[in-house]
Design a protein around this ligand. Sequence first.
Ligand SMILES: [Zn+2]
Ligand SMILES: [Zn+2]
Length: 401
Amino acid sequence: MRTQVEAIAEVHQRIHEAIADLRQEMTALSLDIHQHPELSMEEYETAKKLKAKLADNGFEVSGVEDLPTAFVGRAGSGESPRIAFLLEYDALPEIGHACGHNLISTGGLTAALALKRALGDDFPGTVLAIGTPGEEGAGGKIIEIEKGVFEGVDAALMFHPGDRTIPWRHATATAHLQIQFFGKAAHAAGNPQEGRNALAAMIQFYVAIDGLRQHIPETARIHGIITHGGAAPNVVPDYTAASFLVRALTREGVLELVERVKACAEAAALATGTRTEVTHAGPLYAERKNNHTIATRVADYLQAQGIEVEVPVLKGGTGSSDIGNVSLILPAIHPYLQIAPRGTAGHSHAFREAAGSPEAQERMLQMAEALAKTGADLLLEPGFLDKVWEEFRTSGPDFPA
Ligand SMILES: [Zn+2]
Ligand SMILES: [Zn+2]
């Protein structure tokens, strides 16, 4: 009789073959997405392309209420275990796919398609491909959690392109703030004494943040831009606005810092006779709880394909992602895949170029294979998903030592 081990090995072999079959089509799709970047929550054409591939391959595709660029592709019985691949596809203003989300979406899609093909028509459980829009600030996954998209999902798998391959790392929690100052317009030369200068307030706020920054935890980050600085040089600006990110190791830490940022804004308003409003411009991104049991398995399958996986060194401040919020409610992974030379910064022109390189597309397919094989294990290997959940129940987020 065929053993369970042999059956899983056969599925793995079929995944390998399916990825080879999908290679050209998926490379073309990734490059197409790369060349047609769409901003957070405006990824209409990209979502359409991804949904079409899912539908063409026998996935049942549905939308998510109030999130026109989100979607859920479903294959299998609908029953547990439900294994989800998460697809991010938003780009950045002006700099395009400098976070490489073309690779995340196409790689996740490839994994879902390959796993379904390898499992055939009749398999236990469900394969999901969840389109998660607006990672760059709008928190698409957090809204999806609220809409129940992740209810009943047993594990969520995704990856992120980077300058090294590591199975996990910590990520900061983040608040996205809008800071506004309301002053009084007046002729800047004729009667400035009548005016109250919202730009002067903004500049004081900005300088106050520079002063604050010296006295926050090493792992925290506060950074932002002025989005509205006035309308004309001969008008005392009566309105200014800024967009800021406040990051710390935990959501509690973020909220404490937000109070200190508010104090900076209030002080600037008081000094300039203006009024300030500090509001949250998006949902709070949570710290990240990587499931090491799943991530180690993915790392094994990357190494088996000749990819060097480094031991992560957790230190300092980092970026943030809404995968953090998902990772606190169910086992999730967010490994990094090297697609650019060591030291290449994310959100840079160099990183955007790397995300469109032939080498990155090959790497993406190797990651898709590792993710799909891990998905197969979660569905088929006795006891594996139990081990994953045991870790989830007994461990916390990753933090730097
Ligand atoms: Zn990203
Ligand atoms: Zn990014």
